[in-house]
Design a binder for this molecule. Sequence first.
Ligand code: FES
Length: 154
Amino acid sequence: MSTIKNILLNYPTPDRSLLLPILQDVQCSEGYIPADAVVLISDYLKIPTSKVYSVSAFYEKFRFTPGAKYAICLCNGTACHMEKSGSLIKEFEKQLGISAGQITRDKLFSLSTTPCMGACGKAPVVKINNEFHTGVTIGQVAELLNTIKNREEK
Ligand code: FES
């Protein structure tokens, strides 16, 4: 839960227009939108929980149940975009066989994007669960995924 509170601290001025970026950050961090996060967001932005749910439900990329063991989140903010995060996202999609916002059949990986992770100087940034990977290249995607798959096979 402190993770959600930390996310909200990144948005010091509560404003309803922040709902989507906050939801993206939560999805990125947790791999889904937990019910208690909906309540915290609702309180913080002074938006009814029903509205937070309905906006979240409108977008396919948001889930309300834990999705995968490894939540992969790619930053697609301006700095990361300039460092070809778009190509990086495509490479993850290709290698995982899913699109951003989806989860692999074996529930090992989920893939999502978020506007900025606050590490713009080290773009492009990829977060896998709570681990940050910076300056990630397309050539490193297979290595990142294989490291996890090998760990799971042991
Ligand atoms: S734009 Fe990617 S970390 Fe800021």
